[in-house]
Design a protein around this ligand. Structure first.
Ligand SMILES: *Cc1c(COP(=O)(O)O)cnc(C)c1O
Length: 359
């Protein structure tokens, strides 16, 4: 039996994608082998690599002066790659700290450049996004780094900050492909695949071409964007199978009407869940409404023991991985693209039943 999996990542994939992958598992497209067994220099694999890139470009309307890369090491590797490639002019970078991952990005950046915290929402346990304007940043910073959706705390930007001429770098790991964004607002976008794009193992980087050409001398070759660009992400053995599944997810998204259609569904899903929580008189989500995430919805019951019971009983009903992150406690429902609306209905029905039994 398939469960509704509310995991923050790795997370649910669309059943239809899994079925397609299954059909090709021993014989992909008449090659007599699976993508796992295929040379990354072969024609069929090159076609997969090229189609994945073309579909990302189409779905996100990525302008031609941006490169699209599929690399390894997760979003976390980009915490190092970004300062090593973009932080080489003035060797200064400004970070907006809105949660755990942006804090980690800042700490890693500090090892390579003069990194500063331009603003932070730590004062209220990351339940909001700070107001930002051009004056929030040092004029000579090489880049500004933000995390668009805070996976652990359940906040997101309502729009990207205006950084003027300073390149804006954005960790979109937990919201990419869930809503439309204007790629031109960003100099670089990165995202680990395992939240909303596909399986773990591959990381998407979208970077303005002109910013790829001045890496630090000591930048490891695998982290150099110019090297990955030149080699079409095939400098060494790439995570072939993960990229293949990404391609199937992208085909699926395109068939379903693309990102704007996903956004409509995601907005409906999130609205239903937040409205239920707010009207329940039992469950609480403490994020400022304006900054509530479409993808990650943390909530608590009135006491910690009930939270534990909730997680356990929900799992028995096929609603799994609802335990909140240890930094926040309580519960967290991650409702990425692959979570169907029926999953939200089932969660709300369970929440109502649990409330009646325990209030
Ligand atoms: C999950 C996550 C990360 C870490 O991703 P890895 O691929 O595990 O390195 C970074 N940033 C955000 C916003 C995330 O959600």
């Amino acid at each position: 039996m398939r469960v509704y999996n509310f995991s923050a990542g790795p997370s649910m994939l669309p059943l239809e994608v899994l079925e397609r992958v299954k059909r090709g598992i021993t014989d992909y497209n008449g090659t007599g082998m699976s993508v796992m067994e295929m040379s990354h220099r072969s024609k069929p694999y090159e076609a997969i690599n090229a189609e994945a890139e073309a579909l990302i470009r189409e779905l996100m309307e990525i302008p031609d002066d941006y490169d699209v890369l599929f690399v390894q090491g997760g979003a976390t590797n980009q915490f190092s790659a970004v300062p090593l490639n973009l932080g080489t002019k003035k060797r200064k970078a400004d970070y907006v700290v809105t949660g755990n991952f942006s804090q980690k990005a800042f700490e890693e950046g500090s090892r390579f450049v003069d990194a500063a915290v331009a603003a932070s929402s730590a004062d209220r346990n990351f339940t909001y996004i700070p107001e930002l304007n051009k004056r929030s940043f040092r004029k000579d910073a090489d880049f500004v780094h933000i995390c668009y959706n805070n996976t652990i705390f359940g906040t997101r930007y309502s729009c990207p900050p205006d950084t003027g001429d300073i390149p804006l770098v954005c960790d979109m790991s937990s919201m990419i492909l869930s809503q439309t964004v204007n790629v031109k607002d960003f100099a670089l976008i990165y995202a680990g695949a395992q939240k909303n794009i596909g399986p773990a193992g591959v990381t998407l980087v979208i970077v303005k071409h002109e910013l790829t050409n001045s890496p630090d001398d000591k930048c490891p070759v695998m982290l150099r964007y110019d090297n990955q660009v030149k080699n079409k992400s095939l400098y060494n053995t790439p995570p072939c199978f993960a990229t293949y599944v990404v391609m199937e997810v992208l085909r699926y998204l395109k068939e379903r009407g693309g990102i704007s259609q996903m956004q409509k569904v995601n907005e409906r899903k999130a609205k239903m869940l937040y409205e239920y929580i707010d009207s329940s008189g039992f469950y609480v989500n403490s994020v400022e409404k304006k900054y509530r995430s479409l993808m990650n919805v943390p909530f608590v019951t009135p006491d910690k023991e009930l939270d534990e019971r909730f997680v356990k009983q929900a799992a028995e009903c096929g609603l799994v991985s609802l335990k909140g992150h240890r930094l926040v406690g309580g519960m967290r429902a991650s409702i990425y693209n692959a979570m169907p609306e029926e999953g939200i209905d089932a969660l709300i029905a369970f929440m109502e039943k649990f409330k009646k039994e325990n209030a």
